[in-house]
Design a protein around this ligand. Sequence first.
Ligand code: IPD
Ligand code: CA
Ligand code: CA
Length: 262
Amino acid sequence: MTPDLRRMREAAVAAAREAGAILQDHARRGFRIEHKNAVNLVTDADRRAEAAIVAALGKAFPDHEILAEEEGLREARAAAFRWVIDPLDGTTNFAHGLPLYCVSIGLEHEGRPVLGVVLDPTRDELFVGEAGGGATVNGAPLRVSATATLDAALLVTGFAYDIRETADNNLDHFSRFALRAQGVRRLGAAALDLCYVAAGRFDGFWELKLHPWDMAAGVVILREAGGRVTDFAGRPHSIYGTQLVASNGLIHDAMLTVLRGT
Ligand code: IPD
Ligand code: CA
Ligand code: CA
């Protein structure tokens, strides 16, 4: 790892910890909820955590771009690096007091995800992945599972906030996988879903219409743990695309077959 990338990793970990402390403070003291639509929430905890991350990274790396969920894109001229930030992934869980949420900070270099930091502040689990440098949870190496069949696989998925407004809402895929896998879960925090595949806690994850900030950090962690990530047709994954299939690699083709509806 170059000294520059080490500095970026340290800054991202510090920013994630600062944001995690803000979230936990709000979890204890309370927060205000606003509705983006009937089921899509944002709280002042999301906004405060994001402001802290953007301020810290913006100060440390003024020539980097920053794409953050609530604030949008802060452009920088001829920037080679872009931070992609979800200050609170799992807002609905957080709003209900369900301790399944995280802070997600990804970094792209010339369009390629190179660093991922995901902090689960309730379990104090810090997931870190660096392109070419491996992935860890609290410093211990991460490795995907060895599950080789869908019959033995525990899968996870999620549903976008437009679930009531469109038929393209993943319920068709969900019912097919429910009949094919050992089990299917819906945790409500996509960045953690990716980390849990990286950790071998899940064998595969698929979702539609995720946003770049849901995936930017997790895909680096997953790949570095030996996992595979593509779109539903098996093509290279982009965090700016609308489909994600992430797995231990061994069940990937079987997942693509189910997603094709055959
Ligand atoms: C959501 C979570 C959820 C996923 C949604 C995301 P948010 O992010 O990751 O698991 O199913 O599609 O939008 O709103 O909690 O940051
Ligand atoms: Ca999110
Ligand atoms: Ca969020």
